[in-house]
Design a protein around this ligand. Sequence first.
Ligand code: SIN
Length: 475
Amino acid sequence: MNQLKNKTLLASAITEGKGLSVFNPFDDSLLTTVKTTTQAQVEDQILELEAGQIEWQKRPADERSKLLKKWHQLIIDNEDDLARIITLEGGKPLKESLGEVRYGASFIEWFAEEGKRAYGSTIPSASNDKTLLTVKQAIGVAAAITPWNFPLAMITRKAAPALAAGCSFICKPSESTPLTAIAVTELAYQAGIPKNVLRMVVGDSHEIGEAFTYHSSVRKFSFTGSTLVGRKLLMQCASTIKRTSMELGGNAPFIVFDDADLDSAVQGAIASKFRNAGQTCVCSNRFYVQDGIYDAFVEKLVKAVDKLTVGNGLDEGTDIGPLISKQAKQRVSDLITEAKGRGARQINREVLLEGQFIAPTVLVDVEHDRPLVQGEIFGPVLPIIRFSHEAEMIEMANDTIYGLAAYFYSQDMNRIWRVAHNLEYGMVGVNEGIISTEVAPFGGVKQSGNGREGAKEGLEEYLETKYVCIGGLTR
Ligand code: SIN
């Protein structure tokens, strides 16, 4: 922390007194302690944001856009410090953290422009004495709860469209990674975004979650996290009929067909599986490889996996950092042990690591009904299942409550179109393992959630459509 160049980033939030302690997952050392906000204070802030929103939405979209662009620029100017904070509190390798800063900033730049395009429409009327049109209006106060795995990008992916649309925005980051959230909010204030329009609150999840979901002045709620928690928050939001967007769990299949390009499939598998040590909702969770390419794929994959370096995210050359917590490590270890107990075999180098690390693990002969395959692993474990026929494969891929991301590799154009169409997922990567971008809609179907983030769909999530019918206008 002492090595940050910009000392203003965290200054306002650090406390010597009572607060939330933030730890480094690499060695469990204390990084710092930050001030927390109580439920009553959050409720007061929601009222301030309600008043602030009225003024904010009156500003021309172009004025809001200019402030967002300043915010974007300040994030880029401070990218090294922000990346360092992400690595210190989240464990992510520094090069990935830097990637996250740029990815997170890209949402602000993109929505700064898109906010100017919140177009309504005119509707041809059935009668000459009625003029029909729609206008887009900001929903009001938007609240969000964001996760630790992308402590910057998951905030900006929600805050940028909210602010661009004319909403005010309050957010609770994960207790594990509040520092990135505090730093990025400080930069928003330095850019000129008012405090009664944007707030970051650190504190008790349960209490703040209740304030966000039950308060009638919050008109929109957005959450990124597990399906289990999302389900509960959705029920709470029902009490005041809020608009919601929920980016929940995933169980991404990664399918390699016989006609795949082998090198590109291996490269895509590594990229989509080991990003952030396997701790993303869109990480490939289960691998299905067709008979004809199975041996060649597995051999090449294992060679590539065994080259990955596990270590401190701050060290150059680290590919895989620690898991976020001791509990996370225990959960992933248990999944591996359970699968091995049912016949799964590890075919890459076995390494047992101290601390919160799990070495990359490739397992074959995994049974399809094991928790490792059925649930979300959130760790660097790669279970492989062999298959013969496409139809059987699609059935296995869709046999889940989740529907966030899916990936497959094939060079047959007919198959590409057919399989992309038949996979019940919100996002499909074809011959590509990294699909996230600010310009495309991110989100899932089934119990992976509702709504979309990024792209024009992401702005719509913060807008209401108002239909206006004007009578008596003459032509
Ligand atoms: C997530 O894991 O929730 C987000 C991943 C991404 O944006 O690529």
